[in-house]
Design a protein around this ligand. Structure first.
Ligand code: FAD
Length: 533
């Protein structure tokens, strides 16, 4: 039955200080934050952990060069503050998930002479705001050197480039690392568990009715009433739907827009440098990044309805390819596209927020100044439902800290101490040693590409996966890619994977990298999942 059944039993039989709805970056971060402050916490996710926006990001750990531009343009102190805070969190994330995240040099090509001082000064300011958390100094790169680093850059009119650094990570594996770390600290965590109703006592939200979508497989009951002193709504693009379980008249606070990414073969980017076009001719950001041996290109930003599994349309893919052809000397064709996906950005609207406050909700002030100047918002309804949304992956930890502070105040909870997550290594990070893949390969007789993949994806837990491989599950799921049968077993037994999609999309990233390859592997993955006792 894997790791899930014990958690289900606890969810059904115990009551909690905090119930978190939504197992994306925000909710999983909150579960970890609450558990490490000694609170009894349960986390429920209606599909798989990270299956929403949190596995569909650009995978950059960043302060937000775009926010910085706005800060300069409108001389907004709060925006500077926001970038500074995100840059601090960037360093924290890179330190606490060392196996999954690392610095990535990015080039911004310069085509107009006037752009050069503009971008150079801007990126120097980015370094300055990072202060001690800076990764490496930004610098000017001349035309020849830029072309050497990124031969596919459009030659015509190129003056040079500015090089700066941000972080890059594996978002879905980071999400599962958060869940596993929370569970190791005592959190009860359950995927395929849907909140259908909120439970109220004397007008206060005091829990939820949770439907177990795998009841049949687990031979259990379908619905559980879960009691908690505080309920936190961390459902990303879905926060308004959950707010309406509390108050059917609650006005929307979000507008969502969709971001599309396209994956191309690795030959479309150098293996160690990304590229950022800060402003396309229609005012968007375009990234071309090396990622897990492939090339990730994104992204669009279109108003979009809230839906559980948004899809990239052929028009979206055509839009991205058109821009790639425009900015790069790359003869890219539609059949180079290995995969494309869409994610929804939860953006808080000031008007929606004002209407919610008018209706009795409070923008929570967890012992500090206005949360509204931030990128993220914490809102408390009249009946005590805490909602948190907005922000970005990079700032998930700070968001979690803020949400838990608010929950403590709302529920009169007694934490064991202050927040410790800023210096808490996530599962896989504590014993991770950079360069350890060679020793892993030697000890378990692995191919170099497989050892590198296991070392980065599992960190100090890689030997556990390698041992499964050595014990008879060492075959690759697909020829030419480093994913092993052993990972399916590990995903099911340790990482809460339930379905072949969980394995193919989020425990490995096979389906994000190459849809056809993932379909080839699906039958074998299903077979292996069924065989787990
Ligand atoms: P989600 O990940 O969507 O999680 C919410 C979860 O709630 C979902 O899994 C959903 O299934 C669950 N849920 C909903 N209703 C219920 C219910 N009734 N019961 C139980 N569960 C429920 N940030 C960065 O820092 N760097 C980037 O490079 C970056 N790139 C991005 C690119 C794109 C295209 C987009 C859209 C965003 C990007 N972001 C980036 C932002 C970042 O991805 C999001 O801020 C973050 O993932 C949001 O996490 P979340 O947990 O709030 O939402």
């Amino acid at each position: 039955m894997g790791a899930r059944s014990q958690h289900l039993r606890r969810l059904a039989n115990e009551s909690f200080d905090v119930l978190v709805i939504g197992g994306g970056a925000t909710g999983s971060g909150i579960a970890l934050e609450a558990a490490t402050r000694g609170l009894k916490v349960a986390l429920v996710e209606r599909y798989d952990f990270g299956s929403g926006t949190s596995s569909r990001s650009t995978k950059l750990v960043h302060g937000g060069v775009r926010y910085l531009e706005q800060a300069v343009r409108y001389a907004e102190r709060s925006q500077f503050q926001l970038v500074r805070e995100a840059l601090k969190e960037r360093a924290t994330l890179l330190a606490n998930a060392r196996h999954l995240a690392r610095p990535l040099p990015l080039l911004t090509p310069i085509y107009g002479a006037l752009e050069l001082p503009y971008y150079f000064t801007g990126l120097k300011l980015y370094d300055m705001l990072a202060g001690r958390a800076n990764l490496r100094r930004s610098r000017l790169v001349n035309r020849d050197r830029a072309l050497e680093r990124f031969p596919m850059l459009r030659h015509e009119g190129l003056h040079g480039a500015v090089e700066y650094h941000d972080g890059q990570f594996d978002d879905a594996r980071m999400n599962v690392a958060l869940v596993l770390t929370a569970a190791e600290h005592g959190a009860t965590v359950l995927n395929y568990a849907v909140v259908e109703e909120l439970v109220k006592l004397d007008g206060r939200v005091r829990g939820a009715v949770v439907r177990d979508d795998l009841a049949e497989a687990y031979a259990g009951q379908e619905r559980y009433e879960v009691r908690a002193d505080v309920v936190i709504n961390a459902t990303g693009p879905f926060v308004d739907a959950v707010r309406r379980l509390d108050d059917p008249d609650a006005p929307d606070i979000l507008k969502t827009s969709s971001g599309i990414h396209v994956v191309l073969p690795g030959r479309f980017s150098p293996p160690d440098t990304g590229l950022l076009i800060p402003r396309t001719e229609d005012g968007r950001v375009l990234f071309l990044l090396p990622w897990l041996g492939h090339t990730l290109v994104g992204t669009t930003d279109n108003a979009a309805p809230v839906e559980a599994d948004p899809q990239a349309s052929s028009a979206d893919v055509a839009y991205i390819l058109r821009h790639v052809r425009h900015y790069f000397d790359l003869p890219v064709a539609e059949n180079d596209v290995l995969s494309a996906w869409s994610g929804l950005r939860p953006l808080v609207q000031p008007e929606g927020l004002a209407a919610a406050q008018h209706g009795g909700s409070r923008a929570a002030a967890a012992g500090s100044t206005s949360r509204l100047s931030r990128d993220h918002t914490v809102l408390v309804s009249e009946s005590g439902l805490v909602t948190i949304t907005g922000g970005k992956w990079t700032t998930y930890r700070k968001m979690a800290e803020d949400a838990v502070e608010v929950a403590i105040a709302e529920g009169g909870l007694a934490p064991s101490g202050p927040s410790v997550t800023a210096s808490l290594p996530l599962v896989g990070a504590a014993g991770y040693v950079a360069g350890g893949e060679e020793a892993l390969a030697e000890r378990y007789g692995l191919d170099p590409d497989v050892a590198r993949h296991l070392h980065h994806a599992y960190g100090d837990r890689a030997p556990q996966v390698a041992a499964l491989a050595q014990g008879g599950l060492g075959a690759r799921l697909v020829e030419g890619l480093p994913y092993l049968e052993a990972e399916v077993r590990y995903a099911r037994e340790v990482e809460f994977a339930q379905t072949s999609d969980d394995v193919l999309e989020r425990r490995t990233r096979l389906a994000f990298l190459d849809r056809l390859a993932a379909e080839t592997a699906r039958g074998r993955v299903e077979e292996l999942l069924e065989r787990v006792p």
